[in-house]
Design a protein around this ligand. Structure first.
Ligand SMILES: NC(=O)c1ccc[n+]([C@@H]2O[C@H](COP(=O)([O-])OP(=O)(O)OC[C@H]3O[C@@H](n4cnc5c(N)ncnc54)[C@H](OP(=O)(O)O)[C@@H]3O)[C@@H](O)[C@H]2O)c1
Length: 338
C-alpha cells in the first residue's frame, strides 16, 4: 500500500500535565513492511496513564522521548499486508501502534483479538492490560476473601472499575472512591459496588469511614497522595494495600510519601504492582472475565474520542481526570470492529 498517513508527534516535552499544544500532527509516507513484518491500520488507540511516564523515560522499555518523536501507545490494528508467517491479512491484533494511522511491526508483543469473545475495544480495557492489572492486584497480590471490605480509588476508571467488580464478584464488600457524582453513580450503578465516596465533596473522609465501618481489609490504590493517606488511616489490623498507580502525583513533581506511622500501627502490608510481572495470568483472566462480560456480571464503560487528531485532547482529559471509563480513540471509525 502506498500513500500518506497522519501521525501525532511531540511538539515539545510536556511540563506537568500534558496539554494539546505539546503535540502536533504530521503527514508522512505509509511505511512498507519488509520480510518478517506486516503493515497494519490502527482501528482503536488506547490512552493510558503510563504514556506520560513513557514520554518522560520513566517506564520500562521506553527511552525518554524528544520533540519530533512519535507518541508511544498500544491499540487494536488490522493487518493489511503481511510478510510475516505468523500474521495474516485481515487479522485484528493488540499491538504497539503509536499515535499513527498505519504501522509496520515484527509482531513483538502482538496478541490476536477474537471479536467472537467480546467487542474489539475490550481488548484495550476490561479484557486487556487494565483488566489484568486489576485481576493480579485483587486475586494474586491481595488475595481478597469473601466478606472482606475492599476500597478502590479511581473506581470509575479502566483499572478501578475492573478491580471493584472482580472483588465484588469474589464476595467482598466494595467501596469505591471517585472524583464526581457521575463517576460514583457509575461505580454503584453500572459496576454494582456497595458504596462510592466522591472525594471532591467536603466531608468525604467521614463518609468513607461510615461506608467502611472504619475497617478496610484491602485497599487497591490507583492515585496515591491524600486519598492513600486517608484510607491508610482506616486499615484493619494486618490490612493489605496494593500500590497500583500514583496518578494524583504523576504531573506534580511533589515527592511521593506513604504514611509510615499508619503502616506500623495497622501492621499493614504494602505491595507494589507491575502488570508485566503477571502476564502468565492472562489466559486464566481472559477466560474468566470474558464469560463475566458476556453474562453481564462484569460491565465496562468507555470514554471514546473520534479521529486520531482528537488524541491529544483526550489524553489531556485522561491526565486531568475528566475521562469516565476506559479512554479510547477511534482512529478508523469505518472499520466494522471499531
Ligand atoms: N501498576 C501497573 O502495572 C499499572 C497498570 C495499569 C495502570 N496503572 C495505574 O492505574 C491507575 C489507573 O489507570 P487507568 O488506565 O485505569 O486510568 P483511569 O482510572 O481510567 O483514569 C485515570 C483516573 O485517575 C483519577 N485521578 C486521580 N487523581 C488524578 C489527577 N491528579 N489527575 C488525573 N486523574 C486523576 C481520575 O479519576 P477520579 O476523578 O475518580 O479521581 C481519572 O479518571 C493509574 O495510576 C495508572 O498509572 C498501573
Amino acid at each position: 500500500m502506498t500513500g500518506t498517513q497522519t501521525r501525532i508527534v511531540l511538539a515539545r516535552l510536556p511540563q506537568g500535565v500534558p496539554v494539546v499544544e505539546d503535540f502536533t500532527a504530521e503527514t508522512v509516507p505509509i511505511p512498507q513492511p519488509g520480510e518478517g513484518s506486516f503493515l497494519a491500520r490502527t482501528v482503536l488507540l488506547s490512552l493510558d496513564p503510563y504514556v506520560r511516564s513513557a514520554i518522560a523515560g520513566r517506564h520500562p522499555g521506553h527511552a525518554a522521548s524528544s520533540p519530533g518523536d512519535l507518541v508511544p501507545g498500544r491499540g487494536v490494528a488490522r493487518v493489511i499486508e503481511s510478510r510475516h508467517a505468523g500474521f495474516a491479512e485481515g487479522e485484528l491484533l493488540v499491538v504497539e501502534t503509536g499515535w499513527q494511522e498505519f504501522l509496520v511491526s515484527d509482531g513483538r508483543n502482538a496478541r490476536l483479538v477474537d471479536v467472537r469473545m467480546a467487542p474489539a475495544s475490550t481488548a484495550l480495557g476490561v479484557l486487556g492490560m487494565p483488566g489484568l492489572t486489576a485481576w493480579a492486584g485483587i486475586t494474586s497480590l491481595a488475595a481478597v476473601r469473601p466478606g472482606e471490605t475492599v476500597v478502590v480509588s479511581a473506581a470509575a476508571g479502566a483499572v478501578g472499575s475492573a478491580a471493584g467488580q472482580i472483588a465484588r464478584i469474589g464476595g467482598a464488600r466494595v467501596v469505591g472512591i471517585a472524583g464526581s457524582r457521575e463517576k460514583c453513580a457509575l461505580a454503584t450503578g453500572t459496576c454494582g459496588l456497595h458504596a462510592c465516596v466522591n472525594y471532591r465533596q467536603e466531608g468525604w473522609q467521614a463518609e468513607l469511614r461510615r461506608a467502611t465501618d472504619g475497617s478496610v481489609h484491602v485497599y487497591f490504590d490507583n492515585v496515591g497522595g491524600p486519598i492513600l493517606d486517608a484510607v491508610m488511616d482506616l486499615l484493619a489490623p494486618g490490612g493489605r494495600v496494593v500500590l497500583c498507580g500514583l496518578i494524583g502525583q504523576y504531573n506534580t513533581g511533589v515527592p511521593l510519601t506513604v504514611p509510615l506511622a499508619s503502616i506500623i500501627k495497622r501492621r499493614a502490608r504494602l505491595m507494589g504492582l507491575v502488570v508485566y510481572d503477571h502476564e502468565h495470568l492472562f489466559p486464566e483472566y481472559l477466560a474468566t472475565a470474558s464469560a463475566w462480560v458476556r453474562d453481564g456480571r462484569m460491565r465496562y464503560v468507555e470514554d471514546r474520542a473520534i479521529g486520531l487528531e482528537a488524541a491529544p485532547a483526550a489524553f489531556h482529559r485522561l491526565m486531568t481526570g475528566a475521562n469516565v471509563g476506559k479512554s479510547i480513540v477511534v482512529v478508523t471509525p469505518e472499520d466494522p470492529d471499531a
